[in-house]
Design a protein around this ligand. Sequence first.
Ligand code: AMP
Length: 218
Amino acid sequence: MKSIIFVAPPAAGKGTQANLVCDKYGIPHISTGDLLRAARNNDDETSKIIVEMQDQGKLVPDDLVLKLLKERLEQPDCQNGYVLDGFPRNLVQAEKYEEMLSEINRELGYVILIDLEYEIAEKRISGRISCPKCGAVFNSEIEASKPKEENICDNCATTLIHRADDNIDTYKTRYQTYVNETAPLIKYYYDKNVLYSIDGNDSTENIFNQIIDIIENN
Ligand code: AMP
């Protein structure tokens, strides 16, 4: 199947939707945020840069992200499509990604925008807890998004964590980074005729159904 790129401000639910889509179609969920978080523990120069940039809510340098992504896309499980979550984050990454795709003869696929206003996104951040193993995201402040058992992942029973960058101060920077660097991708992909927009204010289920509709009918 075609691959999917999610573009959305932080906390709009792109990680949750990516997981749902991957489960339904049996394709891998590739989150550059997760790839970078895994590389934080390496105790080398690269990991220091990642820790510094992630904890400030700024973008990690493009070369570093592109290298990690290329290694991941070369894995055999990516041959039948995948969902990209958190990549590309700027126009340079978008262009480099297309160069990568043309080398391996793949098309761009769907780009799905999940839009959400700052005020609503900010409210979601403080209760957000995620699974360090499978990437599932829950929210301890929102009834419908709580895990079944407090602080335990519904999917794989791993203890959930509150990410270091999920606090209001860092969130402001992350949202601003999105507006300045990532939002220009909306026009970029609209002009290429691959963009589909969804209102992030809708319920998780409704958003998911809209995504399925896009995939099944385009
Ligand atoms: P996310 O898990 O997608 O919310 O990303 C968390 C943090 O990881 C971001 O605030 C950035 O510091 C970093 N990050 C994730 N994806 C990228 C990317 N494509 N380019 C640069 N930095 C990224």
